[in-house]
Design a protein around this ligand. Sequence first.
Ligand code: MSP
Length: 628
Amino acid sequence: MTRRTFYLTTPIFYVNARPHLGHACTTIMADAMCRYRRLRGDRVYFLTGTDEHGDKIAQAAAQAGVSPQAYADEIAAAFRATWRRLGITNDDFIRTTEARHKQVVQRILQTLHDAGEIYFGEYGGNYCFGCERFYTDKEIVGGKCPDHQTPLTFIKEKNYFFRMSKYQEWLITHIEEHPDFIQPERYRNEVLGFLREPLQDLSISRPRSRLQWGIPLPFDDGYVTYVWFDALINYASALGFPDGDLYRDLWPHCEHLIGKDILKPHGVYWPSMLKAAGIPIYQRLHVHGYWSLGGGKMSKSVGNVVEAFQLTDKYGYDAFRYFLLREMNFGLDASFSEEALVGRLNADLANDLGNLASRATTLIVNFGRGVVPAPGPEGAEEASVRETLERVRREVDEAMKEFAFQRALSAIWEFVGRVNRYVDSAAPWALAKDDSHAERLRTVLYTLGESLRCLGIVLDPFLPEAAGKIRAAVGTGAPSLADLEWGRLAPGTPVQKAPGLFPRIEVKVSETSQAAGQSSASRITLDDFKKVDLRVAEVVAAEKVARSKKLLKLTVTVGEETRTLVAGIAEHYAPEALVGRKVIVVANLEPATLMGIESNGMVLAGSTEGTVSLLMPDKDLPPGSRVK
Ligand code: MSP
């Protein structure tokens, strides 16, 4: 693997609001990407920070009755503390009120002014204080800001302007010649769309009589610079532009990650500013979509980005981080709800990953006397586990090139699922009963230990805490993608049990049903419910139904009785993975004949978006136990 240099930035966040879900989303994505690139062995530099000048910060400070600087100090400290709490691994945190930044802004302003790129003129236009920019007539929707849906203010005043219009043709050519300059493609097309209209020059100043809270123009101290001209430059000032070592080493590798709301400043203003100042253009702009809220049905459903963010404390940083990365298709919008978060936590983290870590380590401790045994020859099942890992590794690498965290995670979960099925089919507990299977047992335990070791590496960017615990349990140290080669786990490595990596969250029935807002007409009485005889059943045999893609024939025991059931789960469960598992069945359903087989009862399963999950008791219960 070639070692590359990678410099990634987040937007610098306004200090008029405390950190919330939206800020956390971008910062967590950037962190996952930087951790992944470090894991690859790349030289990584990760920058975030705060944007502290401008009208709205001055207004927020005035409302709070403190000076803008004191206000900015407090909120910037809150951002820093939050990122520390969430385990964000940024290398620097820039504030636009720092001297190192102001100097660079003034220097670039002076250069552009000297070169005739900045001129004094008058402009009248519709201004949004939320976005801190003018909107053209075409962009305005119903007389309001398209982003904030608030009325715009008509401002006409004398100001300094940057000759941005001059760069329109150059920018179109640059984007066309560099197909991955702005990604995903829809945002590249959006920027090319902006550039189909004549580009206006950019107002870069405010008269001091109206706004004090900004960086004075070096050539006219009656004016301060306008927020975008100040803010965007942070990406270079943080590296010590123009002659700092970091600037020299990192600038040629600069990539930005932003939300779609600030596409135009990053996709149009910033490259034009860089071009005019003779600074090389950044390499790539990565744009993610927006989270919307309130789609959930829990009674305490979240209503705003701040409340949503508070769920980090309730469910843990890893679970929150996993949800954001897993649930958002990079570039598209996504919907946040507490219910969906708990769903992912229970299904993917507690059930799939947590159970696997707990089962696999317990098996090694119990049947391998706490150390990884030397494996015997690899059988077909082990080869399939290894091949799944090799494929997943390639898929993760491809996905991460495009910031497609969601695809990377779904690939990793294919591996988790494969290993879970392997535990069931290899059944080490059965092998342990017979000494003649000792070698096979060692092979199975080794495969489980090795699978966990690999998960401890590949999960590190996405679930840093849990990955660390998995590595500690299988006795491996600092993770590196170079070690994601099957077979590197040394026999003799001590293993410790890893129980309860992610405890399941019990959702109170009253919470969900109240919130579902069901009318009394659609409810049933307890007596109605009691008519359904739900039982624990053990699957003793399972096979595919001939000529059916969907059906499995299951033989189950319910107490003393053995029955045949037909279930539409063949696309989601391999028959062999079900043998020995306990499921929940409706025991008093009228028999039905499916593909010529009489089914006596129904297996319960939940489903969403193509995922089907059988209900299984989370503690051991004898077949026939009543479920109520
Ligand atoms: N200060 C400017 C950026 C200057 S960068 C040179 C700014 N700050 S902001 O505080 O408003 O942050 C905007 C960014 O926060 C978005 O681009 C995105 O990264 C993130 N998000 C804010 N709300 C969000 C959602 N609801 N969903 C996803 N990300 C969101 O703009």
